[in-house]
Design a protein around this ligand. Structure first.
Ligand code: SIN
Length: 538
């Protein structure tokens, strides 16, 4: 089971926008980078699924206005330092790296005689400031990044590589004295290589977690399969600080097709005029937020939909595109148009049945503006991190911007440290032990794993979902902890595999969210508490 030992200067885990840009910028600065993904293709990421766009700077816009919007959506519990850092630096990085550097094709203004971009509107933005590439912005950016990485020297991309644990001095050195160092340090990761079914030791001067969020621990999500919070729980076990885990954002609109995985219906559709109505035909958002209506912050729109579904005993609401969006819907939203068409819905004629779904984690591994975590040598960028930017509720189209900005600054910081000789001694690296397999039993049973996942996903959806109560949270924690004691035993005696690692990590993530939700008695943003015991069946 123990595989090879490998050394690199910078180990980046995750190939979405944050990890890819970090790897690219670091390699361009002469750093040797190893970039890992547990998936079979680096392209398979949540970034690839991002539809709406990336916030930039619109007409009549200013950093001050952007800051106000982020903080209003975040319910005022944002890190002011992180917000100011993003609004000051983010748009310039978009321009330098994406527009001028990688020539990402954002949709231009439709009026051919005027140069510029077709800025989109999304919820809670005071002005149109979102760059988009039709409705597949993430895909276009991800393609450009992966292509640039393929051309770049100094980067090795490894697929089918699932991280099991971060390596730290205190936990994994063979040198007895290392356990007494006061400040622990991350030195890479133990990685399960799917093809050879061995665990490699990847030693790194600096390790960057860019593994994304945890939407797939919920029954309904817009996320890529297998997005279960790996990075967060590994960082937690290694001793890094984790923050704001109760703030799981539910996107208001995903396509409702009973029995089918949810598909995102971008907020940009409402930005173009589409309106939400209940099955009686009432456009209900005016009632909940008379100022922003259908373009209210996400937490409010999600809660409003939930209320309507409860009140009217309905399993979904409707998004009316046909009567409210002018222009060529098929050209503006080709992915959404095609997906709905394949499901038998012509959105130019009939409304789309929609429901909320788990979408984005506003919390995660606490980092500063360079992406440094509280554990020396460990960085976190993108959704896995908690920069504090989003507070209790993320403003639309700021996730790609956050990933890009922090990925870039983390890379620069790492390059600077490596070039100035802030590195770990060879002897320390050599003291790290090989992976010691916990168990060798080949007793993995897919039926048991599938059942455990069903329990986790239902528990999270029903008890730690859109609306929470202390009673539900108490039950969730008790059930999840009970399951954990069983799964931990199984994990310890069974030969390691991708599915078992995923279950172990997903369950730990679920417990972190449920416990954080129980600790926070204040109903705010995405953490909505209620004493009402009604529940929607979706
Ligand atoms: C969307 O297109 O609605 C999603 C964009 C985001 O998550 O910010």
């Amino acid at each position: 089971m123990s595989g090879s030992i490998k050394e690199t200067e910078c180990l980046v885990i995750g190939t979405g926008i944050a990890g890819s840009i970090c790897a690219l910028v670091a390699a361009r600065q002469g750093v040797r980078v190893t970039l890992l993904t547990k998936r079979s293709d680096p392209f398979i990421t949540n970034t690839n699924l991002a539809q709406g766009g990336i916030a930039y700077r619109g007409e009549n816009d200013s950093p001050e206005l952007f800051k106000k919007d982020i903080i209003r959506a975040g319910r005022g519990i944002n890190s002011i330092e992180a917000v100011e850092f993003l609004v000051e630096n983010g748009p310039a990085i978009v321009e330098e790296l994406l527009i001028k550097g990688l020539h990402v094709e954002f949709t231009p203004l439709r009026r051919a005689e005027v140069e510029g971009f077709d800025f989109a509107q999304e919820g809670a933005h005071s002005v149109k400031r979102i760059l988009h590439s039709a409705d597949c912005t993430g895909k276009v950016i991800e393609k450009a990044l992966i292509a640039a990485l393929e051309r770049q020297e100094n980067v090795e991309v490894i697929t089918g590589a699932t991280c099991i644990d971060l390596i730290t001095l205190q936990h994994h050195s063979k040198d007895i004295q290392a356990r007494y160092v006061l400040k622990d340090r991350c030195l890479g990761a133990y990685v399960f290589m799917e093809e050879k079914r061995e665990v490699d030791v990847i030693l790194a001067q600096y390790t960057v977690l860019a593994t994304g969020g945890l939407g797939d621990i919920y029954l309904h999500t817009t996320n890529e399969k297998g997005t279960v919070g790996d990075g967060i729980v590994m960082a937690k076990r290694a001793g890094a600080r984790i923050l704001n885990m109760e703030f799981v954002q539910f996107h208001p609109t995903s396509l409702y097709l009973p029995g089918k995985r949810r598909f995102l219906i971008s907020e940009a559709v409402r930005g173009e005029g589409a309106r939400l109505k209940n099955l009686s035909g009432e456009y209900f958002m005016d009632k909940y937020n008379p100022q922003f209506k259908d373009l209210a912050p996400r937490d409010e729109v999600t809660a409003a939909i939930w209320m309507e579904m409860i009140k009217n005993k309905e399993e979904y609401v409707l998004l009316d595109v046909a009567n409210h969006v002018n222009g060529n819907v098929q050209e503006r939203f080709p992915t959404i148009f095609r997906t709905c068409k394949d499901a038998g819905i012509d959105i130019t004629r009939e409304p789309i049945p929609v429901v909320p779904a788990a979408h984005f984690l506003c919390g995660g591994i606490h980092v500063d503006t360079r992406g440094r975590t509280t554990l020396e040598g460990l960085y976190a960028v993108g959704e896995v991190s908690c920069t504090g930017l989003h507070g209790a509720n993320r403003l639309a189209s700021t996730s790609l911007l956050e990933g890009l900005t922090w990925g870039c600054f983390a890379a620069k910081d790492i390059a600077e440290r490596i070039h100035s000789g802030e590195t770990v001694k060879e002897k320390t690296m050599r003291s790290i032990r090989e992976w010691i397999p916990a168990g060798e039993l080949e007793n993995e049973d897919p039926a048991l794993i599938a059942q455990d996942w069903m329990v986790i996903k239902h528990t999270m959806w029903n008890y730690v979902g859109i609306v929470r109560s202390s009673q539900r949270l108490k039950r969730a924690i008790r059930d999840l902890r009970h399951m954990y004691s069983r799964v931990e035993d199984f994990y310890k005696e069974t030969a390691v595999s991708k599915d078992i690692i995923s279950l172990f990590h997903g369950l730990q993530s679920a417990i972190l969210v449920a416990e954080a939700a129980q600790r926070n008695r204040r109903s705010i943003g995405c953490h909505r508490l209620s004493n009402s015991f009604t529940q929607i069946k979706i």
